[in-house]
Design a protein around this ligand. Structure first.
Ligand SMILES: NC(=O)c1ccc[n+]([C@@H]2O[C@H](COP(=O)([O-])OP(=O)(O)OC[C@H]3O[C@@H](n4cnc5c(N)ncnc54)[C@H](O)[C@@H]3O)[C@@H](O)[C@H]2O)c1
Length: 327
């Protein structure tokens, strides 16, 4: 009982890459359980630094019940200056605990898990919301999350015929185009913001801290927007759309675009429901307006995906077991 399991990033990346459909199933199931009240997902804690204002570390504790019955905490850093060091902005670990004893059970490298659960959540939403075939995707912000979302969209039921991408840093957009072409064989055209916003499915995955899309801009009623980076859109655009979130309490804080919209109108009536509610058949999406999905990013997703990855790593013999860790 006092053994401790450690799973390293490269092994986790291999599992997540090979099991994308399973990861989407796990994420959809976690959303359903969250909607049905079988999770505990308190507020995230933000560690910020006055002398290093562009950086932060977030702690996301969570418990997911039902047949998963696992608890733990993700501890994820965002250090944007890492990009100029040639290493990713985000890095993370996930601690999983045994729910019988509360004891720490495992430590998993978690930037890959975090990216995979975020991408799976975006693809699950797109599968639910995108109607029709032969869709174009417009990516705004071409980092790790955007790449992983494209991987998941490619392996999902969403029928994509073309991808355009925009990034403030043209070098990153070009590197993204090359990465996507190598990984999934899809050509990506680097474009300006205006062209990216016209795609059937628009994905925001920037690190923008406040809205920069024009307040007068309007998506068309048949467009679907995955607002993964949460702060690109002004309140006016949110209020002119049908809005789904992952969790209303979580998403309407920390100056996300839906939170800014709430501050403008003084209510939350513009939120139609959650993705979990939609998956459980409790929410019907109002068409005739563009649909925007804004996921705050729930710790329960990390726990559910991490629990699966730990099991697969143990089966495959790629986990390191530290005997007598607690003593
Ligand atoms: N909602 C969630 O569940 C969730 C989960 C994980 C990450 N995220 C968010 O996703 C975003 C992307 O993460 P990442 O790891 O890919 O970051 P990253 O640093 O690897 O890439 C971000 C990219 O956005 C570009 N960018 C920044 N501002 C821009 C703008 N105004 N217009 C166009 N491009 C712009 C940067 O040049 C960079 O290439 C972050 O904001 C992160 O917080 C959300």
């Amino acid at each position: 009982m006092s053994d401790f399991i450690v799973v390293a990033g490269p092994d986790i990346a291999g599992i997540l890459d090979g099991d994308k459909e399973k990861v989407r199933e796990i994420v959809a199931s976690a959303y359903r359980l969250h909607d049905a009240g079988h999770t505990i997902n308190p507020d995230s804690y933000f560690l910020r630094f006055p002398h290093k204002p562009n950086s932060r570390v977030i702690a996301l504790p969570a418990y997911i019940g039902a047949d998963v019955n696992r608890m733990g905490i993700k501890w994820i850093s965002s250090f944007p200056d890492n990009l100029s060091r040639g290493i990713p902005r985000a890095s993370a670990v996930l601690i999983l605990n045994d729910f019988e004893t509360g004891r720490p059970l495992a430590c998993l490298e978690s930037a890959h898990i975090s990216a995979a659960r975020t991408a799976a959540s975006a693809a699950v939403a797109a599968e639910q919301l995108c109607t029709g075939s032969g869709l174009t995707v417009g990516v705004v912000g071409t980092g790790v999350i955007a790449s992983t979302i494209l991987d998941h969209l490619h392996s999902s039921t969403v029928d994509i015929v073309g991808v355009v991408a925009h990034d403030l840093d043209h070098g990153r957009a070009a590197a993204f185009a090359e990465r996507v072409h190598t990984k999934i064989g899809t050509d990506v055209d680097p474009v300006g913001l205006d062209a990216a916003l016209k795609a059937d499915l628009v994905v925001f995955a920037t690190t923008a801290g406040e809205p920069y899309v024009d307040a007068a801009y309007r998506f068309t009623p048949d467009q679907v927007v995955l607002n993964v980076s949460l702060r690109d859109l002004p309140p006016e655009v949110i209020l002119a759309s049908t809005n789904l979130v992952d969790d209303v309490e979580h998403c309407l804080k920390a100056n996300t675009s839906p939170h800014l919209a709430e501050q403008v109108v003084g209510h939350r009536d513009f939120i139609q429901g959650t993705l979990g509610g939609l998956l459980n058949g409790k929410v019907e999406v109002e068409r005739g307006k563009p649909v925007i999905f804004s996921p705050f990013g729930l710790g329960v997703l990390d726990i559910a995906v991490g629990d699966y990855v730990m099991g697969r790593a143990l089966e495959a013999g790629t986990a390191t077991v530290v005997n007598g860790f607690i003593g």
